[in-house]
Ligand binder design. Structure first.
Ligand code: PBG
Length: 329
């Protein structure tokens, strides 16, 4: 006979009671802020579909990163918009590449900030796919692995603290681990985009990074949105290949996958609250239909509740500000 003996409203009566029984906490120290670095100087070019997000030249990016670090954000995730694109994405492993330059500047000017780098080719290839193409237009898995190794070693040499491959080639975590170790970067961890789905929610990112495929789509390498069991196989393989942190992407549409990962794996888990998830909150708020602050925080808290230790989000600085102001659900 639960009721009337049991009344769950009792522990919701006051803020102090609610605080005491709250199961999930959000902290700025769990958040990773994505940043887009482009060529030039003094450039801060707003991304129309992502209010508050800019593509920035190295000087401006360093200033933004320093501010974010001062606000309690421990890490940034870097994406590059290069000067030149070619069929292989070779500017991604150039010592003088845009991300490599950003890394050296960040290491010099904000040495305490953790630098996570996205490792992929879609921003660097003229066809916009995430690897080397075969004659028939498909992505050549094994030829791409060698290039992922080159890109990762080049980024680690430039000062990357964490390597985050997002290409979804089979065997890439093992290949990257091998390449990093052979080059003396045994200490550099891999955060793998282990279960990355072929998602409509990447739309605004592709505007920001100028990385939409020029033909076809990514369904032959990114995952089918219907597949949760296959996602766990993807995650297991990355774990076996030596991934140090396992990520699911996007976040909110795949909380079931995240929750299943939490039950099965002991590794730290991350989730990527992607561009489309952020853009929807901004668009809703711009129309006066949704409270951006509250909806952002509820989204991030839900991602934590489902099992993520770390969250990559474009709203990281807003969340840090709200937490500083004493935000509670
Ligand atoms: C690919 C990459 C993408 C994102 C992160 N890394 C785009 C894609 O796979 O098309 C998307 C992130 C976002 O939408 O915020 N290198």
């Amino acid at each position: 006979m639960p009721f009337p003996a049991v009344r769950l409203r009792r522990t919701r009566r006051t803020p102090a009671l609610r605080r005491m029984v709250r199961e999930t906490e959000l902290a700025a120290s769990d958040l990773i802020l994505p940043l887009f670095v482009c060529p030039g100087e003094g450039v801060a070019d707003p991304v129309a579909s992502m209010p508050g997000v800019c593509r920035q030249s190295v000087d401006r990016l360093v200033a933004t990163a320093a501010e974010a670090h001062g606000e309690g954000i421990p890490a940034v995730l870097l994406f590059g918009i290069p000067e030149h694109k070619d069929a292989f994405g070779s500017s991604s492993w150039s010592d003088d590449g845009v991300v490599q330059r950003a890394l050296r500047a960040l290491k010099q000017q904000v040495p305490e900030l953790l630098t996570v780098v996205d490792v992929c080719f879609c921003e660097y290839t003229d066809h916009g796919h995430c690897g080397v193409l075969r004659e028939d237009g498909g992505v050549d898995n094994d030829a791409t692995l060698a290039n992922l190794g080159k890109q990762s070693v080049s980024l680690a040499a430039a000062g990357a603290d964490v390597i985050a491959p997002s290409d979804m080639m089979d065997g890439r975590v093992g290949a990257i681990r091998g390449a990093l170790d052979a080059a003396g970067h045994q200490q550099v961890p891999i955060l793998s985009y282990a279960a990355k789905f072929a998602s409509a929610f990447y739309g605004p990112f592709r505007d920001a990074a100028d990385s939409a495929p020029s033909f076809g789509d990514r369904r032959s390498y990114q995952m089918d949105p219907g597949n949760a069991r296959e996602a766990l196989r993807e995650v297991s393989l990355d774990a076996v290949e030596g991934a140090d942190i396992l990520m699911v992407k996007p976040a909110l549409p795949y909380l079931d996958v995240l929750s299943a990962m939490r039950r099965r794996f002991r590794q730290p888990l991350a989730a990527y609250h992607v561009s489309g998830e952020y853009a929807m909150l901004r668009a809703g708020a711009a129309n006066g239909w949704i409270d951006y602050d509250r909806a952002l925080m509820e989204s991030l808290l839900s991602i934590r509740r489902a099992g993520a230790d770390l969250i990559v989000t474009y709203g990281a600085r807003d969340a840090a500000r709200l937490l500083r102001q004493g935000w509670e659900p």
